[in-house]
Design a protein around this ligand. Sequence first.
Ligand code: 1HN
Length: 351
Amino acid sequence: MTELGRLEDLPQEYRDALTKLNLVPLWPSLRGVMPANKPRPHTVPTMWKYADIKPLLLQAGELTPIEKAERRVLVLANPGHTLEKMQASPAMYLGMQLLLPGEWAASHRHTPNAIRMIVEGEGAYTTVEGEKCYMSRGDLILTPTGLWHEHGHDGKDPVVWLDVLDLPLAYYLEVSYHNEGVKQEHVEASKEPFYSTGGVVPSPMFERSKQQYPMYRYPWTLVRQTLEKMAALQAPDEMASVTYVNPETGDDAENILGYYALMLRPGQTLQLPVRSPSIVFHVIEGSCEIDIEGVPYQMGLADTTCAPGYTPITLKNHSSQPSFLFMTDETPLHRKLGVFENRTKRSKKET
Ligand code: 1HN
């Protein structure tokens, strides 16, 4: 590959003349913005242990009243992007949020899409567009772009959940903003049981739902059952995994980020395909080892790990119990942009 000219090769006078006019020579930076054959990600493999986060989150509960925080969150920031950027990957934001009994996180809506994966505690709920979605460990609750949402807590113990947003992308695109709302009235219980089984969707008066987001809450009990049934039918080396979808269309549940759950059988080792999107793993039940480019990360209950794209990843369950993981990645975004790649089988682009 041809070595390109460096900035230092140019006379200072010439460089100054360019700078004054807001001009930049491309060739000294060309390999940086477009390296050969494979991107050079800022995202570095990073693990956050829940045992480290929890005491600091509870301390935040003492230090900062909910009214002064709006959302009481410790952000899981990837050092490869610098912590100030508050991003786990190019398009993924992760945060651990604490809501104490009796607390209220006021209604708002915003342009970034969000989900929460419930980590621990009972009795809290998110109201999404008038639909009350109770939180139990492992449940997934959607708050897609533009939809009003607020959090309340009628239970006795602290509730913690993992927030995932496509905030870094929205911020980069200069489209990130929020509106403050008023407390939601006419609240009804979440309606997900219509979508749980049987291969049917509601069609009152023969009409199918025209809502882009017909389902806000995906109960873990049902997802777990599905994974167990899949695993029971599969060969031992197969991947028992599901994608969270819009049950009306089969499309990804949200537009930008993909959400998945996976079961690792006791003793199972699973080599994941090498693909372009960054990916995040979060342990819902059990434990596992995640090898990212050969480096092992030991994941216990509620631990979270982020890996860059284009990276070989192997999952290993060393225990005698099944392990259940929640995963989120940038696949829907990559597919829409036409940059999605699966390099498991050597592609022409790779040579
Ligand atoms: C947000 O609205 C929530 O509604 C959580 O719980 C985390 C991070 C950045 C911007 C908005 C929530 C958020 C957020």
